[in-house]
Design a protein around this ligand. Sequence first.
Ligand SMILES: *Cc1c(COP(=O)(O)O)cnc(C)c1O
Length: 394
Amino acid sequence: MSRPAPLAILAQRAAERQKRHLTRRLVCMGPAGGRWVTVDGRRCLLLASNDYLGLSNHPRLAQAARQAAQASGTGAGASRLVCGTLDWHLRLEQRIAQFKQTQAALFFPTGYMANLGVIATLAGPGDLIVSDQLNHASLIDACRLSRSQVRIYPHGEVQTAEEMLAQGPAQGLKLLVSDGVFSMDGDLAPLPALLAAAQRQQALLVIDDAHGTGVWGQRGRGSLEHFGLEPTPEVVIIGTFSKALGGLGGFVAGAAEVIQGLVNGARAFIYSTAPPPAQAAVALAALELVDAEPQRRQKLHRLCALLRGLLAEHGFGLLSQAGPIIPILAGPANKALALARALLERGVFAPAIRPPTVPPGSSRLRLAVSAAHEEEDMHLAARALAAAAAEVGL
Ligand SMILES: *Cc1c(COP(=O)(O)O)cnc(C)c1O
């Protein structure tokens, strides 16, 4: 029997994807972040960016990038352990540790790499990872990469998680892993209960606060601060500069033993070139802005409450109670696509989120509010969404 040609196999897979309404395509838009974007030549309200504080267009950050590139060049030239460690990286790491109230911190090129680095270095064969069902894809990939035993607990069910930890190996490390704020549902993890369970079971608690940092807590320290918790040495926090902080880069903050272990063992850290000075400089400046401009965070939460209230008036059921991530469930993938299209026709951009990013049957629009928005935008968005939902029969 003749084998199909390689590209014919790929074309067959693409046709399968198309049939299930799961094809994705790249849509060119600009500028990044902010309030308005141009999508396919048309100006729309952007309601999908993770630029929660509107920092990606902040003149201070552009200035920090320019100055660092001019003073220190555009490339670090090597990995951190060879000759890529610059003053910028060390200052940033000190600042992250101070910001997150941990002993130490380590900067990574992206949050994805930070997750791969931390999970796959801390845990290996003979260890146990207990992980929330809705954790981010980078945590899932990291768990697989670690070759540990991995057990998944139903979303937010701390008691089940604790039972899984209790049944873990007598020797070996136990990790309890959760998003701090769930990226597609927008809800917070039950951190006080997770922390207590981790302590009782002598597990490290690993919290991915990609969507918490800068947004949650009185001072924007993240989801732990929101609950009034301080990190113990057995808590490891992961974060990113790519969302509320308006730049790019990941970090791990935790005990000195954890950070030392990563410097010596994290392959995503060791075998990748150090981030360029400008990337670290932008991150440093963004952390300063979280403190210097608290009004951005306050405005963000005011706008979130406003939009949530307006959506509730229009009869939308919401998955999360507060914060900038507001999912509108559509169900089947084609329904979510139709809703996104109808919304775009009304001048609002929020793309359909489909499997495998979310579980099958729970395709949705994921609205994301930013401090770059104004009150009138929330009214426009709610009206447009109500009309779009009516048009597609939702
Ligand atoms: C976006 C995201 C990441 C990845 O961060 P990047 O810096 O964009 O690579 C990790 N975890 C969660 C929960 C995220 O939402």
